[in-house]
Design a protein around this ligand. Structure first.
Ligand SMILES: [Zn+2]
Length: 426
């Protein structure tokens, strides 16, 4: 059956959160003239919500192709792109992604490439990417964000969100606690590297983060209110990224560490870890770096920078190869073109920038809580505060602090930590 869907990419994204998900979804689909639906989930997500949705849609007369992804390591990668794409026909489709990060990223990518639309039905308040237009994909084990299209609607079912596994809820808090360092990093990059900064969007991201922080002790007392706040904040972060055009309002060095671990775990065939758990954990070390900014005198900064010559390009490339392995280091080297072609003149002007702006950097660093404060927020929500709790070692942490700056093009505190000769504290 073919669709004649009345949805346009210009339509405003619809966000529903509440207890009437199924009738609201059905009304929306009827209103948009949808006939055929490709419903995508994995086994857990199908059990949590997908089965109920499939039954209700079939009963309401929709033509549903149900895809339940199988496998021990479901990823937004080549294998699962094909599995998601296969049942789609060659006309405009309406996909429904039932799930958290991976399924949503897969469907976001596939629906866009199939010139179609998708609706997101989150099963856990676990990541901030539901509303975004970037799909985090692993192609040949290299993690990259591929521009796609945001969902046309998000229906967040309160009952499903409240019944989500505790570690996934804690991961959502972790992703939001990571905004302390992300926002400070964005300002730092604007000050030292001239990166574009949007103070209105930064403020919205800050408000969303504070909303979540005010709920860290509320999970036990009023679970529903607390989870609703987190989901709304995660949605708002997605909008901030969407409106700014990339993930900068919501991601800084803590996300670089998380991405680094994600690729390392995949490369070494080790179990994957929830995105927000890695981000929350990483923000402890990045908060430590911001603490070092607060505590270091300008005199010491001058001394340290005088003793840090510009890197040798070949040595830097070898370092990237050590950090990323044979399979993906060529991709990484390519993303670092600007960094690797740094001239003596540019390097010296960066040093001058750091010295001249040291007091302002210390003011920016005041926005970041101490590592202990980050730890107690994470503990309050049952989050991860020790690497070994998610199968990471001290060496993984050291490697991330050493190599994660190359993960993306973004300028972050990791760039200046190297120039200041900060040794990773593990
Ligand atoms: Zn994130």
């Amino acid at each position: 059956m073919s669709n004649n869907i009345k949805i346009s990419p210009e339509d405003k994204l619809l966000f529903y959160i509440g207890h009437e998900t199924i009738p609201e979804l059905i009304n929306y689909l009827k209103d948009k003239n949808v006939v055929h639906i490709v419903l995508v989930s994995d086994e857990n997500e199908y059990r949590a919500l997908g089965a109920r949705i499939e039954k209700a849609l079939c009963e309401a007369g929709f033509d549903v192709d149900n895809i339940v992804l199988h496998g021990e390591k479901i990823g937004a990668n080549e294998e699962y792109i094909v599995q998601t794409l296969l049942p789609a026909n060659d006309s405009e489709q309406l996909f429904i992604a039932v799930g958290s990060g991976t399924v949503t990223d897969l469907v976001r990518f596939v629906s866009y490439r199939a010139k179609s639309y998708f609706i997101s039905l989150p099963t856990a308040p676990s990541v901030d990417g539901f509303a975004s237009n970037g799909s985090a994909m692993f192609i040949r084990d290299y993690k990259q964000t591929i521009m796609s299209r945001p969902p046309c609607a998000i229906f967040a079912d309160m009952e499903t969100l409240c019944n989500a596994p505790k570690p996934l809820i804690a991961a959502g808090f972790g992703d939001m606690i990571g905004k302390f360092t992300a926002l400070a990093d964005w300002k730092l990059a604007n000050l030292l590297n001239g990166d574009i900064y949007d103070s209105a969007i930064a403020e919205r991201s800050r408000i969303a983060r504070n909303k979540v922080v005010s709920q860290v002790n509320g999970l036990e007392k009023d679970r529903e209110t607390s989870i609703k706040s987190v989901m709304e904040a995660l949605y708002e972060e997605g909008l901030c990224m969407l409106e700014f055009g990339n993930s900068r309002p919501a991601s800084g060095a803590e996300h670089q560490l998380s991405h680094y671990w994600e690729m390392k775990l995949l490369r070494e065939n080790r179990p994957a870890v929830f995105h927000g758990s890695k981000v929350g954990l990483a923000s402890i070390w990045i908060a430590k770096y911001f603490e070092m900014i607060r505590e270091m005198s300008k005199e010491e900064v001058v001394n340290r920078l005088e003793n840090t010559p510009l890197f040798d390009t070949e040595v830097e490339i070898q370092k990237i190869k050590r950090g990323y392995g044979d399979k993906i280091s060529d991709f990484i080297v390519k993303t670092q073109e600007v960094h690797l072609s740094m001239t003596e003149e540019k390097y010296n002007s960066l040093k001058t920038n750091i010295i001249n702006n040291w007091e302002t950097l210390q003011e920016i660093a005041l926005e970041v809580p101490s590592p202990d404060e980050i730890i107690s927020m994470l503990k309050a929500v049952g989050g991860i505060t020790q690497p070994e709790a998610i199968g990471l070692t001290d060496a993984d942490v050291r490697d991330a602090l050493e190599y994660a700056q190359y993960v993306r093009k973004a300028f972050t505190i990791l760039n200046i930590s190297q120039m200041l000769g900060w040794k990773p504290v593990v």
